[in-house]
Design a protein around this ligand. Structure first.
Ligand code: COA
Length: 333
């Protein structure tokens, strides 16, 4: 028997365009404090969050994704028909199957692109970028659309003091495609399932249905344990991603961590010993924690504000439920 033919891609992949969609309604701390017996001052001091965007009825997971993707496609100069694969990272598409990626691929006008969702919570977008890079380099796809999208307001209990002020809504997207030079460094990723319970849906669907008064299951989080894990363990992951990309902290231009908590962002920057020249994404102040959408939203904001310039290197790192994490260095398009 002769060997099978295999696919061959391009030597390098890069992010070609970034897009975002921010829900119209901005909700300041003052609007949510009563239900959780908190204060604007406490929330800002403990998390750095001043306000967050909350999606309206028409700002669905699909609608926000399509809006962010259209911007990313336009900025990349890539037509929807050139997209071979759509990867959607989300935990808030409220239908078990089919994947929302299929509806998004169709609405965008792709030519029957492969489309599927991935569930890696807040780390999902960086998982998607790693996969897209390998698809392009391996020849499974030439252009891949990676979307991070959440409507966490649907699965957040507004009376839960540990989560109500943190979680929010939005969408971000990137187009990954071939490049003449390396644009996406090796991924450093992993999971620690022994901490499965640290952030989770409070009940599984069967438990919900079996309960006397079924209601939407919300997210629950052991905030303190998650804080310690993220602040102490993720610096090592970030450093490893820099090492594997061959980029020193002195060569790094931007740091775009998952927007979980401003204190975690500061702790990571300190323990990674990032020099003052590295620009740090702080989108959380106005966006809250948008899980899978947080890194592309923060990246989009840095580009829009002129903090991240074309050709700059940026360290992306994302972490969350699982506990799962992923990090890589990318070049700003
Ligand atoms: C949620 C978080 C801000 C809570 O801060 P914390 O310092 O751990 O707070 P604790 O739960 O230890 O509570 C400290 C005190 O604040 C009080 N408190 C808790 N939530 C409060 C709230 N929303 N408003 C006011 N007070 C609150 C507690 O009752 C406690 O009071 P006490 O000292 O009198 O007992 C913090 O744990 C955190 O940010 N964790 C990581 C969250 C995160 O990033 N998640 C996403 C990862 S993907």
């Amino acid at each position: 028997m002769t060997g099978l033919a295999t696919s061959t891609g391009t030597p390098y992949a890069a992010i070609l365009g970034v897009g975002a969609y921010r829900p119209v309604r901005s909700v300041p701390n003052a609007e949510i404090v009563e239900a959780i017996d908190s204060s604007d001052e406490w929330i800002q001091q403990r998390s750095g969050i001043k306000s967050r965007r909350i999606a309206g009825p028409d700002e669905t997971v699909q609608a926000m994704s399509v809006a962010a993707a259209r911007v990313a496609l336009e900025r990349a100069g890539v037509d929807a028909r050139q997209i071979d694969c759509v990867v959607v990272a989300t935990v808030s598409h409220m239908m078990q199957t089919p994947a929302i990626a299929t509806a998004i691929a169709y609405e965008l006008g792709t030519d029957d692109a492969a489309a599927f969702d991935i569930s890696a919570a807040c780390a999902g977008f960086c998982h998607g970028v790693a996969m897209a890079s390998d698809f392009v380099r391996g020849g499974s796809a030439r252009h891949v659309l990676v979307i991070g999208v959440e409507r966490l307001s649907d699965i957040t209990d507004p009376t839960d003091r540990g989560t109500a002020f943190i979680f929010a809504d939005g969408a971000g997207a990137v187009v990954v495609g071939p490049s003449d030079t390396p644009g996406i460094g090796p991924v450093v990723w992993g999971s620690q399932g022994e901490h499965f319970d640290h952030i989770r849906q409070v009940e599984d669907w069967r438990e919900v249905i079996a309960s006397e008064k079924p209601s939407m299951p919300h997210l629950t989080m052991q905030g303190n344990a998650v804080f310690r894990w993220a602040a102490f363990s993720m610096a090592k992951v970030g450093r490893e991603a820099l090492d594997r990309a061959g980029v020193s902290v002195d060569d790094l231009d931007c740091f775009v961590p998952h927007q979980a908590n401003m204190r975690i962002i500061d702790a990571l920057a300190r323990s990674m010993k990032l020099p003052a020249t590295v620009k740090i994404a702080r989108d959380i102040a106005e966006m809250g924690n948008t899980s899978a959408a947080s890194v592309p939203l923060a990246l989009d904001r840095m580009i829009a504000d002129g903090e991240a310039k074309s050709g700059d290197t940026a360290l992306l790192i994302a972490f969350g439920a699982g506990l799962a994490y992923a990090a890589q260095v990318v070049v700003i398009p």
